[in-house]
Write a protein that binds this ligand. Sequence first.
Ligand code: 5AD
Length: 347
Amino acid sequence: MDVTEKLIQGQNLTREDYVQLIHQSTDPLAVRRLREAAVAIRRSYYGDKVYIRGLIEFSNYCKNNCYYCGIRRDNLNAHRYRLTKEEILDCCRQGYALGFRTFVLQGGEDPHFTDERMADIIRSIKEAHPDCALTLSIGEQSYDSYRQFREAGADRYLLRHETADSTHYRRLHPPEMSLEHRKQCLLQLKQLGFQTGAGFMVGSPGQQPEDLAKDLLFLKELNPHMVGIGPFIPHHNTPFAGEPAGSVELTVYLLSLIRILLPRVLLPATTALGTLDPEGREKGLAAGANVIMPNLSPIKNRKQYDLYDNKICTGEEAAECLGSLEQRVQRAGYRLVMERGDAILLS
Ligand code: 5AD
C-alpha cells in the first residue's frame, strides 16, 4: 500500500516509510491528499475552533549556547532583560481582560529565576486567575524543579526536542547538551502530569529527511499533548548566520503529517511560520494546525526576545490586535475561541 494511505489509515509506519513521506512533500497530489485528511481529522475533534494562548516572554537571559538561537549565551550583542514578578502579573491581567485563558511563560534558562521565584510567580498567577491554564517553557530543569513547578500549579510545559537524531542534535548544540537529557526531561514532565509539548525546527542546518523521519517516529512514541514546529530562521549574531532558512511548504506539510499521526494534538501555527510568510499562519491552519499564540509581552521588551531575524511581534500576531487576528482566522474559515482548551490524550 502507498505510504500516504498507510498513514491516513492509522497503520504504523517504518522509518523508511516516513522518509518516503518526507520526499513526497514536493508532490502536489500527495500534499493535497494529506492536507485534506488532516483538516478532516481536526474538524472531527475540534470543529472549526482555533485556540489562542497568550505568550509572555519574561526573560531573554540564557545559560545555554545553542548554535541557532539569537539569545544564546555568547551573543554579547543581545540586549538582555527580565520582567519582574509584577510585570509578569500585569501581562496576565491585561491578557485576562482581553479574554485569554491560557498564559505561556517562556524564557531562556535564566538562573535568576530560581525554583522558589518560579513557584512564587506560578502560585500568584494561579491565585489571580484560577480559571486559566498556565504553561511553562523554560527549558531543561531537574526533576525536582519540575515537581515544584507542578505543585505550585503549572498545568502544561513546552520543551521542543529540536531534533530526534543524536548526531544532528550535536550539530545544533554545544557538547554539554544532549538529546538523551532532553528526552528524559520530556518523559519526566509527562510523569509529573504536565500536559506536555515537544517539537522541532524544520530546515535547521544539516537536517536530512532521515532526521525528520526520526522526529515523527519520536513524536508517535512520546504521544505529547502539544507539538510546536516552525521553520529554522537564521539569526545574524549566531554561528548559523549564513545558513538558509527552512521552507514554509515543508513546515506546512509536516503540520498535516503530525495532525494525522496525533489526531487530537494541539498544534500551533507558529510565529516563525508567520515570520517567513505573511500568510504562514493561515497556511498552517489550512494544513491542520489549531492554535495561535499571540504575543502578550510588554511592548518595550518584544524586540529583545530575538530568537531569529525579523521575528514578528507588533503586527496582527500581537495580543492587543485580537480583533484583526479574529478577522483573519474567520476569513480563513475558522473560529477563534477563548476557552482554555485542555488537551486530551488518545492512548
Ligand atoms: N529559528 C527558528 N526557531 C528557533 N528557535 C530558536 N532559535 C530559532 C531559530 N533561529 C525555536 C526553538 C526553541 C523555540 C523557543 O524557538 O525551537 O525551542
